[in-house]
Design a protein around this ligand. Structure first.
Ligand SMILES: Cc1cc2nc3c(=O)[nH]c(=O)nc-3n(C[C@H](O)[C@H](O)[C@H](O)COP(=O)(O)O)c2cc1C
Length: 388
């Protein structure tokens, strides 16, 4: 299962093509729209989120509510395009139109300057339009398909925010996907402990008032994953590495940890490894899950615990200094639009990106021409594991 995304932030539409989804999987536009809506919510978001109410149009690969094995094309219209038709036109336009919304003041922390240098652009809008986090809409759309597939296989994924800037959100060590959904899933801050919500809102409002932004840490958990996805035999088959790469590919994500994560570097080994136990009904399990469900680049059958750190949103209403690329004069960086934080939305992106990698791995490992074939292969595999 592989995919591509395309589309500019203010272009006519965003597109994703997914290939390799098993035939026979029930899939509707509504399945995807639910996830798109989640990405657009969350405390601290404004502006464009109110303009756009994303709706997907499926234009290939699905017939009468079921996938047919051919590439699935997903389209999301940018409703704002009507105000950008000439500026974003594919055909050549008059010079005076080219000057409208031209960007020559690169924003620190964005792709603007380096992208312009790399691709020889005079108008840095060519960079902004594609490097914008608007692209994550399609990662969520693809993830929605992946989650639908995983759900059929009784594999579930959820996320919650564990840090907003300096504010740590308390949550128990043992946390099921169901519990995350019932708590963080109902919170506009995407947090487990609702008693911290009021303080957090005040904190975010203060950051906004100061024209500043905050980042944080998001945790995604995956349940129902059998042992043995990924492999130790080659560097590029290690599933933890694939997940880490996918998470860092999300705009503004700068690091990933599994289980104890960086804390593992500070503890002696006796306080890090998970002891192996065996029982008649469960087979091999671990007495704890400090390694976050991975050993040797493979899932070990425990819950996957992945955390990603998101840097603060780089566009500040209290703009940072930059250099105008035409005049080389110092200038205050342009503000296209910005929010104090996008953590709850970024959590939805992360959850869907992790789901996509797990679904890809499953489709690679097992016969996956049809969903029935895949289900059967997984049942047989789990049976084999239980007899080991
Ligand atoms: C869900 C989400 C929403 C984002 N919203 C904004 C935003 O409103 N303004 C902004 O400047 N950056 C936003 N970003 C981050 C930028 O897209 C990102 O920092 C930038 O493209 C540079 O990429 P890098 O941080 O990965 O180096 C957002 C990121 C995510 C994941």
């Amino acid at each position: 299962m592989r995919y591509f995304t395309a589309g500019e932030s203010h272009g006519p539409r965003l597109t994703a093509i997914i290939e390799g989804v098993p035939a026979g999987l029930s899939l509707s536009a509504e399945d995807i729209n639910i996830e798109l809506k989640r990405r657009q919510g969350g405390y601290g978001r404004g502006g464009r989120m109110k303009i756009e109410s994303d709706q997907v149009e499926i234009t290939s690969g699905v017939r009468h509510g079921k996938t047919i094995g051919s590439p699935i094309t997903l389209n999301v219209t940018n409703r704002d395009f009507k105000n950008w038709e000439q500026i974003m036109a594919a055909q050549d336009v008059e010079d005076k139109i080219k000057k409208q919304r031209r960007l020559t003041k690169p924003r620190p922390g964005h792709a603007d300057l380096v992208g312009g240098m790399k691709y020889e652009f005079e108008d840095l809008r060519n960079v902004l339009e594609r490097s914008s986090a608007r692209e994550t809409t399609m990662r969520v759309a693809v993830g929605a398909v992946a989650k639908k597939l995983l759900h059929e296989l009784e594999i579930e994924v959820a996320n919650h925010v564990v840090n907003f800037g300096r504010r740590e959100i308390s949550s128990p060590e043992h946390l099921s996907v169901q519990e995350i959904r019932e708590t963080a899933g109902r919170s506009d801050l995407s947090i487990f402990d609702e008693s911290q919500a009021e303080d957090l809102r005040t904190y975010i409002d203060q950051i906004k008032k100061a024209g500043d932004t905050i980042g944080g840490i998001i945790e995604t958990r995956v349940e129902g994953v059998p042992a043995g996805l990924g492999s130790y035999v080659q560097y590029d088959r290690k599933l933890d590495a694939k997940i880490a790469g996918a998470v860092v590919s999300i705009n503004a994500f700068k690091g990933v940890e599994f289980g104890l994560g960086f804390e593992a570097g500070k503890r002696p080994g006796s306080q890090v490894m998970d002891e192996i136990i065996w029982s008649e009904n469960k087979g091999y399990t671990r007495s704890s899950n400090q390694l976050g469900g991975f050993e040797g680049g493979m899932t070990n059958g425990e819950q996957l615990i992945v955390r990603g750190v998101m840097k603060p949103i780089p566009t500040l209403y209290k703009p940072l200094m930059s250099i105008d690329t035409e005049s080389h004069e110092p200038y205050k960086a342009s503000v296209e639009r910005s929010d104090p934080t996008a953590l709850p939305a970024a959590g939805v992106v992360m959850e869907n990106v992790v789901a996509t990698v797990v679904a890809q791995e499953i489709c690679d490992k097992f016969n996956s021409d049809t969903i029935n074939e895949l289900k059967k292969a997984l049942v047989d595999y789990k049976k084999r594991l239980s007899e080991y």
